[in-house]
Design a protein around this ligand. Structure first.
Ligand SMILES: Nc1ncnc2c1ncn2[C@@H]1O[C@H](COP(=O)(O)OP(=O)(O)OP(=O)(O)O)[C@@H](O)[C@H]1O
Ligand SMILES: [Mg+2]
Length: 457
């Protein structure tokens, strides 16, 4: 992710990604203000609003900074903005409103989860599935037990499988022509699929989807035969039929759209549950829109029979609502597990005492790492620039190692250069928050500043 990344729309028009994101955020910001202004005069208190922007926990530091800057460009001042990790928001929500909003009996006891209880939060959205494991701490807050994991295995993978299915019958050329000529019809099919995807399985033996005539016409034009004949030639011969303007799809075939994605999620969770620190995990909390899917729910329940599966009512809104609670009480999350090992580029002679904090370590939110002293290398230097690296290996030593990646830069300004190369600055990094913060202490004046590492190229 960089500030210069470009996005292309459906017909190839380009815009800087940061502009697209900031316009989307700006739309939401204005919508909130519009709604509020119907009840109160927002002009006088707009600057009092604390905005919380949620992001997947598995995002890297650059993607998080990108969102922060997009929000600032959308008119949300940095001091009024807080980033919140989505599974954490979901977890907080479910611990706050269990009795009101939960469907299952056991959930009533969820808020009383005693200290030491471990549970897994599965946030299955459209694009990403984001998984964290939390433990209730002695004072009732939450700490993260393993680094957040997951990937691109959300609900839209099911939509993609459906589109692949249609393409496999009519041909890729027909689909791409169909999209370029009849976008509204294409969107109609997607909408219809979306509503069928949300219906519980097994309620009928097949699923019907209306197909627009424009698609059949393109089939005739490109394939010189109708959809019905194309289906007879495909592997779906007996399982999918054309009935008037509808496609009647057997449940077996419809389930195949979900299968690879659901399998991936299940195997990821299975794998995670074998991690020693997660041992004794008492429950799986399913949130996010895709968690409302009965296919996903049934598979999770039948795979993890010994674990309590909790799906709050309105699972798709758990993140949103939790983020509001988090905005009021951001200290709820006290400890997170680092996804990377972080370090600075320095040159020094080899010494046994050279120790680096390791990846996968737990750090307290706002916990400062050991202070390091930096000095300028020439007398007239007005800034000290430090290059910051991350690595996915546990204990890297050199920045030239394979898995070591340059992630950003820390700039410390030197306002008074009179002490030249003897001017010492202490830097202490904190990694537990949603950005990397560095406390810089000017050892001469005693002045302290908080800097964040610029990780967005
Ligand atoms: N009842 C349902 N059954 C099946 N799928 C559903 C249901 N409700 C919503 N979805 C799917 O959930 C997805 C959207 O989930 P959600 O709103 O949590 O995503 P998001 O938070 O916007 O995405 P991401 O977390 O990837 O950024 C869509 O793919 C949608 O089809
Ligand atoms: Mg989401």
């Amino acid at each position: 992710m960089t500030r210069r990344d470009i996005l292309e729309d459906e017909i190839g028009k380009k815009l800087p990604a940061i502009r697209v994101f900031s316009l989307a955020i700006d739309f939401l910001r204005k919508d909130v203000l519009d709604t509020l202004s119907r009840h109160v005069d927002t002009k006088n208190f707009e600057s009092d609003i604390q905005w919380v922007l949620t992001v997947p926990a598995i995002w890297n530091d650059a993607a998080k900074q990108f969102m922060r800057e997009a929000a600032q460009q959308a008119g949300i001042p940095g001091k009024n903005l807080r980033l919140c990790l989505e599974p954490e928001a979901a977890s907080i929500y479910c611990r706050h409103l269990p009795v009101l909003k939960c469907t299952e009996q056991e959930v009533a006891s969820f808020s009383q989860f005693s200290p030491g209880t471990k549970y897994l939060v599965l946030d299955a959205g459209g694009g990403t599935v984001d998984i964290t494991v939390h433990e209730v701490t002695d004072n009732g807050n939450l700490k993260e037990l393993v680094k957040a994991s997951g990937g691109q295995m959300g609900g839209t993978k099911v939509d993609e499988a459906f589109e692949k299915f249609i393409s496999s019958i009519v041909g890729l050329d027909v689909i791409s022509k169909f999209k370029s000529l009849h976008m509204e019809d294409y969107i109609d099919i997607c909408r219809e699929f979306e509503s069928k995807k949300r219906k519980p399985i097994h309620s009928t033996s097949s699923v019907t989807i209306r197909l627009p005539s424009s698609l059949s016409e393109l089939c005739e034009e490109f394939r010189e035969t109708g959809l019905r004949e194309l289906l007879l030639q495909s592997r779906f011969e007996n399982k999918v039929q054309v009935v008037r303007d509808r496609l009647k799809i057997d449940n077996d075939v419809f389930n195949e759209f979900f299968e690879p994605t659901v399998c991936k999620i299940i195997s990821h969770v299975k794998n995670l549950l074998t991690t020693p620190s997660v041992d004794g995990c008492a429950a799986i909390l399913m949130v996010g829109g895709f968690s409302e899917s009965s296919v996903l729910q049934e598979n999770v329940k039948s795979t993890f029979k010994d674990i309590k599966i909790i799906v709050p009512d309105e699972a798709g809104l758990a993140v949103l609502k939790g983020a509001v609670i988090f905005g009021h009480k951001p200290t709820t999350i006290t400890e997170r597990v680092c996804k990377f090992t972080y370090g600075e580029e320095v040159v020094h002679e080899y010494s046994e005492s050279c120790k680096h904090p390791k990846e996968g370590h737990s750090v307290q939110v706002n916990e400062e790492q050991t202070e390091r002293i930096a000095t300028p290398i020439s007398n007239d230097q007005t800034t000290i620039n430090t290059i910051v690296y991350s690595s996915s290996s546990r204990n890297p030593q050199l920045t030239t190692e394979d898995r070591c990646k340059l992630i950003g830069k820390l700039t410390v300004p030197i306002s008074d250069t009179s002490s030249g190369i003897n001017h010492k600055f202490g830097t202490s990094f904190s990694f537990g928050g949603t950005k990397i913060v560095v406390k810089v202490v000017d050892k001469e004046s005693g002045e302290m500043m908080l800097k964040s590492v610029d990780v967005l190229g």
